[in-house]
Design a protein around this ligand. Sequence first.
Ligand code: AMP
Length: 466
Amino acid sequence: MNLYDLLAGGFPADRSKPAFLLSDGSAVSYGELEAGVAQVAGHLVARGVEPDDRVALQAEKSIAGVMIYLAVLKAGAVFLPLNAAYTPAEVAYFVKDAEPRLFVTDPEEFVAEAGGAEPLATTVPRSDDHLAALVYTSGTTGRSKGAMLSHGNVAANALALHEIWGFSAEDVLLHALPIFHVHGLFVALHCAFLSGAPMIWLPKFDDARVLDGLARSTVMMGVPTFYARLLANPEFTRERAGHMRLFISGSAPLLESTFAEFEARTGQRILERYGMSEAVIITSNPLDGERIPGSVGYPLPGVELRIGGGVQTGVIEIRGPSVFGGYWRMPEKTAEEFTADGFFITGDVGRQDPDGRVWISGRAKDLIISGGFNVYPKEIELVLDELAGVTESAVVGVPHPDFGEGVVAVVIGAGEETALIAACRQQLAPYKAPKRIVFVDELPRNAMGKVQKNLLRERFGSLFMA
Ligand code: AMP
């Protein structure tokens, strides 16, 4: 089934109900959304877009952008979302690689133009294997690769999340995420559409607007930075959060201190889940049951998860209906990243309890090898984050004349380098303890809140070489 028809099957019978609630008090109904999608799909066809053609969208978040996304699905084409912050040089790479038939930069204008088009009456039939979207990995390391997600991949994930997170027509989703990434585009939108629920639609995360929206919402999805920013605002109180049934976090690790502070402030335990562009959501803490800080919970129904290499802590491998088919026009890269028995090698390092619960300890590429010993940065970061004066830390390995790589901790906070190193040595084997600690005001993060360790490695690359 075409993913669009699956989603539209969740739209409320009464199409006058709102899909989007805007800050100015206006709303866009499900009926308006559906009519708009048919019209834009008709316009796409009139512009020469054929099934399997890629349609790129690079623009700030808008409802017109959502209509274009859904219309691309309806027309059987492949949606290619691009971060509005990409530079012309970056965009040139995506265009050359993906060869889109159409590139939309002004969604409002495109949707307005579609007003004159003949609506596309019937959705183009698609099988599970047809491509729905080409999502370029946000790339905190190396060149971006286009993850090919099919209608079947995305549909399976949407249905599973809608079920396990208990979504219903009674919900109101606070949507403050960007829609160029699977988190805001698939995870958030699809849960709302399958429930026929309205969304409080914010162009971006803005704490005043979010605080306002919380009083009328039941679920919020966010990256860890959202939760840290809410906690930094004294107006974020237990009462403000009182109408909410669920706060979900993902896309980057949630600090245990954020989880704890959030619970102390609101009485609510953030539900952390783990996902990636290549498989949408992979694991989730339970809706009913223990949400444990530092753990990303259990594999979604239908997802097989194992630790590669038969070791206790190692690279997470996954197989299941939502796992992508491969990287666009990169057969060798794809072959390298799948095992012979069809598991995708995620590159995330973690472990799994006997009952299935998963814990992530970092990225394989972040692994530091110092003096021949393996050092997992997450382990050091957890120790540092507990020390007095440390707000947050990021640990990287940089070239070292004796050890190959030396462990460097980049820390937000106040303190004295030798004292912090000594404190680390009390808890960690000497080879794991940072050899240097540098203090910064801010850690470099990408749009999804992930610390860009490659930038830290560049910046502190010559620390031991001078
Ligand atoms: P992206 O493809 O941009 O969504 O990035 C996916 C990566 O984000 C994963 O491979 C993980 O490294 C990281 N990630 C996502 N969710 C979590 C989480 N809850 N905890 C730790 N890392 C996460």
